[in-house]
Every structure is written in C-alpha cells, then in structure tokens.
Design a protein around this ligand. Structure first.
Ligand SMILES: *Cc1c(COP(=O)(O)O)cnc(C)c1O
Length: 413
C-alpha cells in the first residue's frame, strides 16, 4: 500500500512525511502495535500513572455549580490533578515507557506554550533520557517560566527561528532532528496529530481518561452521562474522554474549540466551526487547518496557549464529518467568565484551555433537565495562567506586584 493511503480515519490522517522519515515511522508502527497487543505494557503504564501521577484521577460532583445553573447535574473529571498539572502526563509517560521498550536513550519534543515541553522533560528526568525540546522564538519569549523549568529538569531548549517562530515551526524542526537521529531517539509528539501512528497512539494513551470516567460516573450517578464536554486543541484530551463512550447511545459528545475574539473576526483557532477551517495537508497529516484562501496557514489566536494551533486531530476531523461529535467554540471573554464562576462556586481553578469546555457547558446546562447528567473534562489546572487571568480580570494589586518585582530586579543590578 502507498504510504499516503495508510493510517486514515475516513478521508483524514495518513502519513505525509519525507522519504528520510519512512524508516522511523515504520519502526515506530512496529513497536506501537507490539505494545498495544501486550497486556503487560498497559498494566505497567497504569501502575506507573498511579504511583507517579495520581491516577485514577477523581470525578468531582459540582453541586454548587449545578444548583447555580439550575439544569443538569454537573460532574468534573479531574485531569488537573495529574503530575505537572494536566492530561499531558498520560501521553508523555506512555511514550516514555515505549521509548524504554524500543531501547532508545534520547527523546525530543516540540512545544508551543511549553506545557508539553515541561511534561516531556519531566518524563526524561524520571527515565534518565537525554532530552531536547524545540520551541519557537516567539513562544520562548512569551513563556519564560516553562523554559526555566525545562532547563532545570535537564532538557536543552532549542530556539526555532523559522517561519512564524511558533508551534508549527517547532514541529517541523523536531521532525528534522528525528530524520537524522532515529537510531538513538524517539520523537514524543504532544497531541493526537501528525503522521500515523501518532494520532491513534496518543489517543490510546489518553483513553485512560474515558475508561476511568465511565466507571466513575456509573458509580457516582448510577447512569451514563447525557453530555460530555471537552476542549479541543490538537484533540488529545477530548479523544481521551470521548473514547470511553463512543459505543454508548444517548451520550452526546461536545468538543469546544477556541473562538478567540469571535469567529467573525478571523482572530481564533476554530478549525472545525469557522469559515477559515479548510481541508489541507501539512505537518504530516491531512486534516482541517485554519487557512487563508490559497492554502496559506492563517495566524491563530486564543487566550489559551494550549488551544492555539492551526491543525486538529484527523480523528476528530473524521468524527466531525460523520457527525459523531458536535463542535462549538467559546470566546476569550466567555472563557474568563467561566474561570471566574468555577473558582467561586467550586473552589477549583480550571486551566484556560479547560475553561472552554466549562464555558460551553455553562451556556447549555440551564436548558437541561435536573435529572440529566453533564460531564466536563477538566484537562488541566489554571495556576499556570495567573499572568493572563490576573490581566484579564484587571487585578490592580497584581499589576503593582509585577512592576515592583521588575523594579527590585533593576535596582539589584
Ligand atoms: C495542551 C493542553 C490542551 C490542548 O491539547 P489537546 O491535545 O487538545 O488536549 C488542553 N488543556 C490543557 C490543560 C493543555 O495543557
């Protein structure tokens, strides 16, 4: 079979890679299929996640928020309680175990905001791997705290100065590294995107969310949920929770993209629900990208760095086309309001990414019946977003604190 015909989900996916990467991808497919067929691998993965990353993560009944909105009973799957603060741990630890099985000693990864870079560097420290992270120059400047932690964790952060100096350029640089380092190196791709087998493999590691959530909701509520909301960046946390319920009739799955400043402004990262979202081939896959008319990639915008990406998982593009998942978008303003409400009602700080799922749930819950069950996947915790949230809420004391800190630094030099 021609490589471009393998690894498809409906009309999306494939393996659009340069010739030099074929051996790497074939080797990866072989190892991925082997561990997937080996129950001892999944058992080792589950044991690792329970001793290192708080799994199974709890399911929390949001009693106050449910009462406040006056509709469905709201439950939250707490991926924020993972080590390093998000579901990203599920993917990196899984790929770490795979790297060990492949006998490799070096890992590389791309990162946008730096969350995946920190998670990969954490995994590399734990497993004793050499680690290099590719990150666009623009992102390095915006995300100093994450660069600081990656370096403390022992990773080398390579600044990428090509293109728009953002996530997609970091991905291209990581593939370039991999094309001459495959003997020693595994590329830990951060979401359910890229060439086959990455979309399927990452979704598989994340399926631990859905498997747990299904058991937990049956125990807590005595029945399956009517609605499940998850935010959609590359697509890994949404696929993770949705996959536990694909075969269940009567469970509606809702993916929420970044509506940014509004779908009619062009300043968003909504691939599946905006007019800028068009089918194309890039980054190793055929999927829906935010594009200009001539196939030029469009600049994306979102208040949440983790949803700010031009492409979306080919698996989700297929589920969208087959109408198995409903897609919506939440704007930056709605997201900030959702963060504020969830903090005050539940004492839980959602990441700005996760708050997209909350924002859509908050819009729809009041219209639902009181005996209906609504489940939100809280992909991560929001402490990391203090700079953005404090700005958005116009907290004057925070602004004073930042200025005074900067002045103290200057005086000390
Ligand atoms: C990275 C990130 C996302 C987006 O990635 P997906 O692959 O779409 O899950 C969502 N939430 C948080 C907290 C993240 O860190």
């Amino acid at each position: 079979m021609d490589n471009a015909q393998r690894g498809y989900f409906g009309q999306f996916g494939g393996m659009y890679i340069p010739e030099v990467l074929h051996t790497n991808i074939e080797e990866l497919i072989r190892h991925y299929k082997a561990v997937r067929a080996d129950p001892s691998f999944w058992a080792e993965y589950k044991a690792l996640m329970s001793s290192y990353s708080c799994r199974p993560t709890p399911l929390t009944y949001a009693e106050n928020l449910s009462k406040h909105l006056g509709g469905a009973q709201i439950y939250i799957k707490r991926e924020d309680l993972n080590h390093t603060g998000a579901h990203k741990a599920n993917n990196v630890m899984g790929q770490g175990l795979l790297t060990k099985r492949m006998g490799k000693k070096r890992v590389i990864a791309e990162t946008g905001a730096g969350q995946h870079g920190v998670a990969t560097a954490t995994m590399a420290a734990k497993f004793g791997f050499e680690c290099e992270i590719y990150m666009g120059e623009t992102d390095v400047k915006r995300q100093r705290p994450n660069v600081f932690w990656m370096e403390r964790l022992g990773a080398k952060v390579n600044v990428v100065r090509d293109g728009t100096k953002c996530l997609k350029d970091a991905i291209n640089a990581a593939f370039r590294d991999w094309s001459y380092s495959m003997d020693t190196t595994h590329y830990v791709l951060g979401t359910a995107c890229g060439p086959y087998p990455f979309p399927e493999m990452v979704a598989w590691f994340q399926s631990i969310i859905g498997t747990e959530a299904r058991e937990q909701i049956l125990k807590a509520a005595g029945k399956l949920p009517n609605y499940i909301y998850a935010c959609v960046g590359g697509g890994s946390n949404s696929l993770g929770i949705f996959s536990g319920f694909f075969d269940d009739k009567g469970v509606e799955l809702i993916g929420v993209e970044a509506g940014g400043k509004g779908l009619d402004t062009g300043k968003h990262a909504a691939r599946l629900v905006s007019k800028e979202g068009q089918i194309g081939v890039a980054q190793g896959m055929k999927t829906v990208f935010v594009q200009e008319n001539e196939g030029q990639m469009h600049e994306t915008h979102s208040i949440s760095a983790g949803l700010d990406y031009i492409g979306v998982s080919p698996i989700l593009a297929d589920l969208h086309e087959k109408k198995k998942v409903r897609f919506e978008a939440a704007t930056d303003d709605e997201v900030v309001e959702a963060v504020r409400l969830v903090i005050r009602k539940e004492g839980i700080i959602p990441a700005l990414e996760s708050a997209h799922a909350f924002a859509q749930a908050i819009k729809e819950a009041p219209k639902m019946k009181k005996d209906e069950i609504l489940l939100v996947n809280q992909s991560g915790r929001g402490d990391k977003d203090i700079f953005i949230i404090a700005d958005a809420l116009k907290d004057e004391e925070w602004e004073k604190f930042i200025i005074e800190k900067a002045e103290a630094y200057r005086a000390g030099r």
